[in-house]
Design a protein around this ligand. Structure first.
Ligand code: NAP
Length: 312
């Protein structure tokens, strides 16, 4: 396919403005044709609508949509866009339940259009490089630390605390998306402790313990939104052969046995739009539910501990 793909953005919040608009502008395969934003007028000179249904009724030559709303409303918007024949890119997490995303995959296959469940952290070039280093290895230990200040990274975002808002799993699922991409075997959540502020419906911190047929060692994750210093987004693994693999800065840096390893690439969101165009050209979908499944399992097996109320 050679023509430009006319794409709309639904949900014009932080990630749409910071990453999707510039990545679409920089990719010659896409042209931004519309936005849906209820609280802003969107991008200058691009038609904006106050609902996705108004947009679908008014703009008849769209090819694709990027759905950048909170996850709780993604299913209904994606369902309508797929029914209208649009290829759909879903921000992470792709939905609030496995079953609704599986249904979207079925609908996309039936139409057929491309469905792309994106996990932006997997598009850091060091992530596939780490996966290649770990392939076929057995893992002696893995420790994930995902600590950040919720007031800095989610200022005023009330939805993250609502049912289906994921709480600290909103960033933590990025770590899970890297872990499922690089780990050389299946990962199961065996235990979880979820720390809920007394006034919120979603956890502010979580400790997870995993098991895997590829390891007899300690596999653990700590997610914490109460960090007031700098952020820590690291995944450290030791193989049974004694190699230390560290992914730091959310997957942006790879350190092997203390040595920084270069892993060049276009960067997270540009890479994600390159893949979206390739999937559309190949008339196929990419639906990866593994990180959402681990998050859902953590809620299923998790023990709940109440902690002090959180005020923004
Ligand atoms: P955000 O700043 O709150 O933006 C989400 C936007 O979606 C809102 O500005 C709003 O746009 C629209 N929206 C909210 N509730 C809606 C509803 N009920 N129906 C329709 N539209 C609604 O959130 P964000 O940080 O951009 O996050 C959005 C998604 O991207 C989340 O799934 C998040 O996990 C993911 N993400 C975020 C980041 C980040 O750094 N923030 C990074 C990667 C991925 P309008 O007011 O314009 O309608």
């Amino acid at each position: 396919m050679t023509g430009k793909l006319r794409i709309a953005i639904v949900g014009y919040g932080k990630i749409a403005q910071d990453q999707h608009v510039p990545s679409i502008a920089a990719n010659p395969r896409f042209a931004l044709a519309a936005t849906v934003s209820r609280s802003t007028s969107g991008v200058p000179d691009i038609p904006n609508f106050s609902s996705h249904t108004d947009m679908l009724a008014a703009v008849k030559d769209l090819d694709a949509v990027a759905i950048c709303t909170p996850p709780s409303v993604r299913y209904g918007i994606a369902r309508d866009c797929i029914a209208a024949g649009l290829h759909a890119l879903l921000e992470k997490p792709p939905g609030v339940s496995l079953s609704e995303v599986e249904e979207l995959a079925r609908l996309a296959g039936e139409k057929p259009v491309t469905l792309f469940t994106t996990w932006h952290a997997q598009h850091n070039p060091p992530v596939p490089a780490a996966a290649a280093l770990l392939k076929g290895q057995r893992v002696a230990a893995m420790r994930i630390e995902w600590r950040e200040n919720v007031r800095k990274w989610h200022p005023g975002q009330a939805w993250v605390w609502e049912p289906g808002g994921f709480g600290v799993f909103d960033p933590g699922i990025n770590a899970l998306s890297i872990a499922t991409r690089i780990f050389p075997g299946a990962l199961f959540v065996r235990e979880a402790e979820l720390f809920f502020p007394a006034n919120k419906q979603a956890p502010i911190a979580a400790n997870l313990r995993f098991e895997s047929p590829a390891s007899e060692g300690k596999l653990e994750a700590v997610f914490d939104w109460r960090e007031t210093g700098g952020e820590t987004w690291t995944i450290a693994l030791r193989t049974e052969q004694g190699d230390d693999i560290l992914l730091a800065d959310g997957g942006a840096r790879l350190v092997r046995n203390g040595q920084e390893e270069a892993a060049p690439g276009p960067g997270e969101y540009p890479s994600l739009y390159e893949e979206f165009a390739s999937l559309i050209d190949a008339r196929t979908s990419h639906v990866d539910l593994s990180p959402l499944r681990l998050a859902a399992d953590a809620f299923l097996v998790g023990r709940r501990t109440l902690v002090e109320a959180f005020e923004d």
